[in-house]
Design a protein around this ligand. Structure first.
Ligand code: ATP
Length: 267
């Protein structure tokens, strides 16, 4: 082993103890503790306004808690995918240039490797402003992974991605975890995907409602109280049918899709 390599250690990448955050007399987060290790995929879920992004920002050191402590492994390399990215269409920029922007030391070849990791090589010369929602998410994922992070923090990585593409994004995240050996902390609203594709789930609503393995969390009364109505099998009756252009058909028998099946997109 060369002297420049960090020692192999199983120490947590991030440890947060009893975090609270109050702003303007309002409690945004209360008494949150968590630990994240290499190769673990931990997902934070919770309703809108629960404090998920606020928690990520504390863990990343972008803001400070009013109580509690955060310990990041010294020298920890982070890759961050923010929830939103505003692109100014009046400032044309290629995807390859974007990957290098603000990341000193990233070479053109490394940017290409990052795109290859998310199977988006063909986008390297595309203009950022022209990308579809799903393509943009891939590019943001490539950017988060480009410096070979030890911890990737992904805020709603499937935002703007259609249901069929969501599974692929989660596969890419798992493949990045395997290739880079990094820990992954993500925020997600895709409950079915989270339960299928992550190691640990932290369900918050200002405080921790429940946490643990997905299977354990999915049976927790606190989880069912928050999300129970979103988990009911999708089932409804049509008294009419549509053709492919959406027009109502006279002959009902031509509506041949299965509405009794549980669909991830029908939450
Ligand atoms: N700097 C701030 N000052 C005051 N209030 C804030 C600040 N940052 C966030 N908030 C508030 O904290 C609450 C939690 O916001 P946050 O973005 O963390 O929620 P979230 O769980 O990520 O929501 P969503 O699922 O809608 O993205 C919101 O009500 C938000 O308005």
């Amino acid at each position: 082993m060369s002297h420049s390599e960090p020692p192999v250690t199983d120490a947590p990448l991030v440890t947060a103890k009893n975090l609270s955050l109050e702003i303007g007399g309002r409690t945004l987060l209360h008494d949150i503790s968590l630990e994240l290790r290499a190769r673990q995929i931990v997902t934070v879920i919770g309703p809108n306004g629960a404090g998920k992004t606020t928690l990520l920002r504390l863990l990343l050191g972008l803001s400070r808690p009013t109580a509690g402590s955060i310990h990041r492994r010294p020298g920890l390399r982070l890759g961050y995918m923010p929830q939103r990215m505003q692109v100014d269409a009046s400032m044309p920029m290629s995807v390859a240039r974007f990957l290098q922007l603000g990341q000193p030391g990233i070479t053109r070849a490394e940017a290409d490797t990052a795109l290859a990791r998310v199977r988006a090589q063909k986008l390297r010369n595309a203009s950022l402003a022209d990308l579809s929602g799903g393509e943009m998410q891939r590019v943001l994922l490539a950017r988060a992974a480009s410096r070979k992070p030890e911890l990737m923090v992904l805020d709603e990585p499937t935002q703007g991605v259609d249901v069929s593409g969501q599974g692929e994004v989660y596969q890419l995240i798992a493949a990045l975890r395997d290739e880079l050996g990094c820990g992954v902390l993500l925020v997600s609203h895709d409950l079915h995907m989270v339960m299928a594709a992550t190691d640990q789930v932290l369900c918050i609503n200002q405080h921790i409602c429940c946490h643990g393995h997905p299977e354990q969390v999915s049976r927790d009364p606190a989880y069912l109280e928050l999300f129970g109505d979103k988990l009911a099998p999708y089932s409804h009756q049509h008294n009419h049918a549509h053709d492919l252009s959406g027009d109502v058909l006279e002959d009902h028998s031509r509506c041949n899709h299965d509405h009794s099946r549980r669909e991830p997109g029908h939450e």
